[in-house]
Design a protein around this ligand. Structure first.
Ligand SMILES: [Zn+2]
Length: 432
């Protein structure tokens, strides 16, 4: 009896703990039915926002974006049918063919768990040329550029999800996340924070899996040869292992790498994995440093994603991800390769605007690139030499584990660990 009580107590506390872990971020439960030939699509599901999410994020209205050729068949909020909502033309540059609907959040529900139940249907048309999502008979890649499910990357930046995809005869279905093949459907899910839900449909695909002590890596590919895939897997697991050592992470995690069949639109990184496009095995060998730096930058975003990406605080996401990638390059390829990259960044960031209060929202992409990806990492390199290499690594680990998402808190932490003089010196650097 005593053992049974102990067992039950442990069971209940572990259930509570796992609920607590995921209950503080939004969650999607989705069903997807899509036919790559007719392009007809049906998406239904529930988006659950945790209690107080609306209050904490000062939301009195939530805008959700969806692909403009879809119609809302039903919308239910906390059990109540909503039929008088307006839809507008989307206004986000990364979702060029989108509509949005707005859900007012009343005082009564703002402190509660908010359940937005929806059903959308229609057909997927083409996005502008060179988009990183595409639909065609041979290759369909659905993600938030479409967006095929109601999404708002500013208000609901990170979420967990569980998606059931109806099988389609003659197609392989896969995506970023944990994939389970069930009898009549495929389940794609993520219990760790994700920032997109990518689903791909292809007539053929090859799958490669490799496990390290702490990470399971899936690679879906079609044109690459096995030797290259093994090399890519080794490189990715190497970076992942190193970061987990730096950030003292012992949890088992999951990563996915997809080779997209798109020729245009480029690759992109997400918290759940990486999508590559137009990659040849020869290029991977020839430009190995660049690919490893790219992977290292994207994988660093697993740690650096919490700051507001629409303001100058984005340097905390991008400059830290880029500098972690450079630190990895230094350990992997040595000081010379590192210095060459640093020199290029120094040339690029001459006469550039200061990071402090940088106008992230209204600057052109080249200036953003210079400030966040060139100047920011150089300032972090100066900080590393000011406080010393191992102090710097400890500091990064603390910034990450304390969930620091503003420059103010970053500087406070610097002051706490290394004193006021160091903090002032760093503020001065951010302003130069
Ligand atoms: Zn980045």
């Amino acid at each position: 009896m005593k053992y049974l009580i102990v067992f039950l107590t442990l069971l209940i506390s572990s259930i509570l703990q796992s609920k607590e872990r995921t209950a503080n971020i939004p969650h999607y439960d989705l069903n997807l039915n899509y036919d790559p030939i007719s392009r007809k699509i049906n998406v239904s599901g529930v988006l659950t926002l945790p209690a107080n999410y609306a209050i904490d994020n000062q939301l009195d209205i939530i805008s959700l974006y969806f692909y403009k050729q879809l119609v809302i068949d039903s919308l239910v909020i906390n059990g109540l049918f909503v039929d008088d909502y307006d839809t507008y033309s989307g206004d986000k540059y990364h979702m060029p063919h989108s509509s949005k609907f707005e859900i007012p959040i009343s005082k009564e529900i703002s402190s509660k768990i908010i359940r937005i139940e929806f059903s959308l249907s229609g057909a997927m048309g083409n996005l502008p040329p060179k988009s990183a999502n595409v639909v065609s008979e041979n290759w369909s890649e659905l993600g938030l550029y479409y967006p095929w499910f109601p999404v708002n990357t500013e208000v609901i930046k990170h979420f967990t999800f569980s998606l059931n995809v109806a099988k389609v005869l003659g197609y392989e279905i896969f995506g970023l996340g944990t994939i389970k093949q069930l009898r009549d459907r495929i389940q794609i899910s993520s219990s760790t924070p994700a920032n997109d839900i990518i689903v791909c449909y292809s007539k053929k695909i090859s799958h490669f899996m490799q496990k390290s002590n702490s990470t399971m890596l899936d690679i879906y590919y079609l044109t690459l040869n096995e030797t290259i895939v093994e090399k890519i897997a080794g490189d990715i697991l190497n970076i992942d292992k190193e970061y987990k050592r730096w950030f003292k992470i012992s949890d088992k995690t999951k990563l996915t790498l997809l080779e997209s069949l798109r020729q245009d639109g480029g690759g992109y990184g997400r918290l759940t994995g990486i999508v590559l496009s137009n990659l040849s095995g020869d290029d991977y060998q020839k430009f190995n440093n660049s690919y490893i730096k790219y992977f290292a930058h994207e994988l660093a975003h697993i740690y650096w994603y919490k700051a507001d990406s629409n303001s100058w605080e984005d340097w905390l996401n991008e400059s830290l991800a880029e500098y972690c990638a450079l630190m990895f390059i230094r350990e992997f390829f040595g000081e010379n390769v590192f210095s060459q990259i640093i020199q290029k960044k120094q040339v690029k960031s001459n006469n550039s605007p200061a990071i402090w209060n940088f106008d992230r929202a209204n600057s052109n992409p080249e200036i953003i690139e210079i400030v966040l990806y060139n100047k920011g990492p150089l300032i972090l390199m100066e900080l590393e030499s000011y406080i010393g290499h191992s102090n710097f690594k400890n500091f990064l680990e603390i910034v990450h584990s304390n969930n620091i998402k503003t420059t103010r808190d970053f500087i406070d932490e610097l002051k706490k660990m290394f004193g006021e003089e160091c903090a002032f010196w760093f503020i001065h650097n951010l302003n130069k």
